[in-house]
Design a protein. Structure first.
Length: 75
């Protein structure tokens, strides 16, 4: 079992919990101040990107239902 769990929330963010790091495009780590649970924005409306601030309320709809991806393509 992985040490990190990512949950795709209905009409909302990606909830990340466990042992993880989050880096920017340059590889610089965000200082999460010891948090073991954070939510990442999926709607693009957060003023605190990449973190969710709840701005998606009433502006973002997605029914988060898991499905199987197609088989991985062979190189």
């Amino acid at each position: 079992m992985a040490n990190t769990k990512i949950t795709v929330l209905n009409n909302g963010s990606l909830k990340i919990e466990g042992d993880f790091e989050i880096a920017d495009k340059n590889g610089v780590l965000y200082n999460l101040q010891g948090r073991e649970v954070v939510s990442l924005c999926r709607c693009g409306l957060s003023k605190n990107k990449p973190f969710c601030d709840g701005s998606h309320r009433n502006h973002f709809e997605h029914d988060a239902i898991a499905f199987d991806l197609p088989p991985k393509k062979q190189a």
